[in-house]
Design a protein around this ligand. Structure first.
Ligand SMILES: [Zn+2]
Length: 116
């Protein structure tokens, strides 16, 4: 079934990109399947990235049970941060305050919760 070139559901710009890609893959022996695999892999990575970014760090206050707020300590070790702490848990409800050596990755692993 031959399609009229005018009826292609792509814009001139998309077709131009297609031409550029076609020329490139021909020149470099890239197969259609390699591209499909690459795109699928990228889609998976993006989906995992979204999943990770929707994970929230939720830790309950050991004193009163409210959700603690936290901040990454940016002061380098030295005056104002004698122990070189990297993380601060704080409870606005009861004043609980704790400094740790957490980072976003380890906090996500320990206290990460999906969605919400
Ligand atoms: Zn508290």
């Amino acid at each position: 079934m031959t399609k009229n070139i005018e009826d292609l559901p792509f814009s001139a710009k998309e077709l131009q990109t297609f031409c550029t890609i076609s020329k490139y893959i021909e020149k470099h022996d890239i197969t259609y399947n390699m591209i499909v695999e690459f795109v699928e892999e990228r889609k998976k990575q993006i989906a995992e990235g979204i999943k990770e970014s929707s994970t929230k760090i939720i830790r309950k206050c050991p004193e009163c049970g409210k959700t603690l707020s936290y901040r990454v300590v940016t002061e380098p070790k030295g005056r104002g941060n004698l122990n070189g702490y990297t993380w601060n848990w704080a409870c606005f409800a009861c004043g609980f305050d704790e400094y740790t050596y957490e980072n976003v990755k380890s906090a996500l692993k320990k206290y990460g919760k999906q969605g919400e």
